[in-house]
Design a protein around this ligand. Structure first.
Ligand code: PCA
Length: 202
């Protein structure tokens, strides 16, 4: 049995809901043959998210970790290739912390690459006709901070594989500002299931 941990985030930055957690819960409630899926909701906190993911990996001992985050302003699935050792933001996180070009860890590499078959995943999602792009920057906010912490854990716990996926808000999401780009929830759930299936084929 393949064990998969899917993470999503709590709401942040004035949003009432976070599409990443809605999708994570739905993926965990769905069925994929030969796969056990668990979901964890993470805090939008630069200082706490690293300990949360480390505890979740210790608790579940997953083969694959798929991290999801909401990126309002996109209308496609964004597969992240790189995590950068830097925190910077104009918006406070949920602990009211606003980092100013601070390293996540002074001792560790400037950037880390995913060990997931990202191009394979990209082609499969494209083949299904869903809008998808590979991105070389997950930003410098909490999603990037989580991704960096998780890719450091991959080095400590091989052969665990990890990928970060940014998602749009979903169509019908509670209390969105008018004009916010969205995508149907079912497509995002389906896409994350494709990511898991491809990870299983590694
Ligand atoms: N998106 C933010 C953090 C939490 C989330 O869902 C980001 O892109 O960094």
């Amino acid at each position: 049995m393949l064990k998969v941990l899917v993470t999503g985030f709590e709401p942040f930055n004035g949003y009432a809901e976070n599409s990443s957690w809605t999708v994570a819960e739905k993926v965990a409630a769905s069925n994929i043959d030969g796969v056990t899926i668990v979901a964890e909701r993470l805090p939008v906190s630069f200082r706490r998210v690293g300990a949360y993911i480390s505890d979740a990996v210790a608790k579940y001992n997953p083969d694959i970790v798929i991290m999801l985050g909401q990126s309002a302003g996109i209308d496609y699935i964004k597969l992240e290739r790189i995590a950068i050792n830097m925190m910077d933001s104009i918006n406070a996180d949920n602990d009211n912390f606003v980092p100013n070009e601070e390293p996540i860890n002074k001792e560790t590499p400037a950037a880390l690459f995913t060990n997931f078959p990202i191009k394979q995943v990209y082609r499969c999602i494209l083949d299904k006709g869903y809008p998808v792009k590979i991105s070389n920057s997950a930003g410098l906010y909490v999603c990037n901070c989580l991704y960096y912490a998780m890719l450091m854990l991959c080095n400590e716990h091989p052969p665990v594989k990890a990928l970060f996926v940014h998602l749009p808000c979903y169509t019908g999401q509670y209390n969105l500002k008018e004009g916010t780009l969205t995508m149907p929830l079912e497509i995002m759930v389906e896409t994350v299931k494709i990511v898991i299936e491809e990870g299983d084929n590694i």
